[in-house]
Design a protein around this ligand. Sequence first.
Ligand SMILES: C[S@@+](CC[C@H](N)C(=O)[O-])C[C@H]1O[C@@H](n2cnc3c(N)ncnc32)[C@H](O)[C@@H]1O
Length: 304
Amino acid sequence: MIGNVPHIVQYQGSKRILAPQILRFIPMKFNRLVEPFAGMAAITIAVAKQERANHYLVNDLNAPLVAVLESAIETPNELFSEYSKVWNEQFAYSGGSVEHFYKVRNDFNNGQQTAANMLYLLARCVKGSVRYGSNGQFNQSPDKRRYGTAPQTLKTNLMAISYYLKGKTHFMSKDYREVLDETKAGDVVYMDPPYQGVSNVRDSRYYSGIGFYDFVEAVDSLNRRGIDFLISYDGKCGDKQYGEDLPEELGLQKVLLKAGLSSQSILLGKKEITYEALYVSKGLQQHFVPLQEQQYSLFEAMAV
Ligand SMILES: C[S@@+](CC[C@H](N)C(=O)[O-])C[C@H]1O[C@@H](n2cnc3c(N)ncnc32)[C@H](O)[C@@H]1O
């Protein structure tokens, strides 16, 4: 059992809840985990908590996000103290806490892209969803009902995450293809690209869209070099399929993971379950650890 996987901050698309299901396909011991689309690195943190790999490579095209990860892992006390300063300011700010968010967002867009500012914006923005306008500026709005993760809660999580990963992690901020070029036999690569629904939409929910055919080519190259990998790739709710399947010629096993009840269908009184696809490379298919049906229930998946 993995138990609770600590996280730094909410992040849209985080795989924290799905981590126990995804880790069933990851070997118990291997050399290096590579996450080219790390976001807040839920799978890296879950794998490190179980000490399965010796080394970790986390990459995300969004450099300020990587700065948050690096600071959380290498200098958690500093990040805690910087974040506390920014977070506490909102209660003394003359215009109030919502105006304070906009002030920090302005500072961030005017060059102060510090880890503490990025972390505060993530903690306070709607659904932890990073959005940039076509001018490249962070333009997500604040969640007016919340003040963002309290510093003490953050500290507990930072200390745990740093304990698992400090001194073992290499940080990068490049396009995923450059990261894949650096992989070698013995690595396990976990890829969680932006949803196909937002692919090829420049500066939308994420920094960049991922071209479907570019991605297929990159996966094919991993296959040819004998590197093991897993890909989270869109999914299915009720009868509706999101995104295109990866081609069969890649020889991957497609597994549907139970991701939860779709909020959209609850609103319509339908209670449809959302599934997320996980594609597993040949070399990892043998590592699959089956769960008993009752362990695999939605309740279990949601209760992590
Ligand atoms: C679905 S999120 C990953 C969430 C992550 N699995 C987690 O648990 O937090 C996809 C990430 O890919 C990053 N990204 C977008 N385009 C990229 C690219 N071309 N190369 C590397 N990362 C990219 C985005 O910034 C985003 O953080």
